[in-house]
Design a protein around this ligand. Structure first.
Ligand code: HEC
Length: 107
């Protein structure tokens, strides 16, 4: 019994790892993601509690409810930035980005 439990735990871990691609060994934590958001200046440019654009920065409220917007696209934007958005590829650890995306999904 013990052994089979262990095997299924390993299987589970592998699925998780696979689905998150590289780097992160767990699902995103939205609470930690909020901290990353607050500490990475995202807050300084993006509204999260209204639909109002600030300067050129679009509000992130309801981000993942938008049609056609995928996790990959959001991660790409966070990594590469562009059009006034700074790139965070080097600034943030892969696990922090996973947390960040988990937080953005709550908006
Ligand atoms: C200096 C201001 C600034 C900071 C800091 C900033 N952004 Fe941005 N962000 C922008 C601008 C401007 C755009 C629009 C870029 C474009 O139109 O291509 C943008 C676009 C985005 C988008 C795409 C939104 C959409 O509607 O397609 C996401 C997601 C995003 N930012 C998340 C973040 C996160 C997460 C952080 C912190 C890690 C962050 N931004 C920090 C200015 C900023």
């Amino acid at each position: 019994m013990k052994l089979s439990k262990r095997i299924s735990a390993i299987g589970c871990g592998a699925v998780l790892l696979g689905s998150l691609a590289f780097g992160a060994d767990k699902k995103g934590d939205a609470k930690k993601g909020l901290e990353v958001f607050e500490n990475s200046a995202c807050m300084g440019c993006h509204n999260t509690d209204s639909d109002e654009k600030r300067g050129n920065a679009p509000a992130l409220k309801g981000l993942f409810k938008r049609e056609g917007l995928t996790e990959a696209k959001v991660l790409d934007k966070i990594n590469k930035g562009g059009n006034g958005m700074p790139p965070y590829e080097e600034q943030l650890e892969p696990a922090q980005k996973v947390d960040l995306v988990a937080y953005l999904k709550t908006l």
